[in-house]
Write a protein that binds this ligand. Structure first.
Ligand SMILES: [Zn+2]
Length: 160
């Protein structure tokens, strides 16, 4: 019976959470304020497209300056506009500026560029869709930086 203790019911809907950190029916994330849910695949895709658009519209520079400002809130420009935040799983709070720099710059830009060149694009093709099959919708850079991406429509998360 001991393994039953690993399964805890969701405090909001009573369903079991399983191995994931969020509720399967409402998306509520464990340990975060009520209403903070796992970002959907559609919102993540929207964020990717919006960041790409904003980056090209501002010739990269404006977007980069914007990034440096909002990284401290666990966000990118698109995440800010779409109400998403990166959360550090260990501390259950917005990812810090340093963690965002690791996630966005070192991993997403530098490491992925190297992997893309080394695999002739294959790594990008596969890893871009990794959030579709990892249990907490994590990309490679989330798995390494220990982050998840949440939707916080009511701005319940605080910084730091
Ligand atoms: Zn639930």
């Amino acid at each position: 019976m001991s393994n039953l203790t690993l399964i805890k019911p969701c405090p909001y809907c009573g369903r079991e959470w399983g191995e994931r950190v969020y509720c399967q029916s409402r998306g509520q994330v464990d340990g975060l304020p009520e209403g903070v849910v796992m970002a959907t695949l559609a919102r993540r895709l929207g964020g990717f497209l919006l960041d790409s658009l904003l980056s090209s519209l501002t010739l990269g520079i404006g977007w980069l300056i914007w990034c440096v400002i909002v990284w401290g809130r666990g966000q990118t420009p698109a995440k800010q506009l779409l109400g998403m935040r990166c959360v550090h799983l260990v501390h259950s709070n917005s990812a810090s500026w340093g963690r965002m720099a690791l996630r966005e710059f070192l991993l997403k830009l530098v490491l992925m560029s190297l992997l893309t060149v080394a695999t002739l694009g294959l790594a990008t093709l596969v890893l871009s869709f990794q959030l579709m099959w990892t249990k907490n919708r994590q990309q490679l850079w989330d798995l390494i930086a220990d982050t998840i991406v949440v939707h916080d429509p009511n701005k319940r998360l605080t910084v730091g």
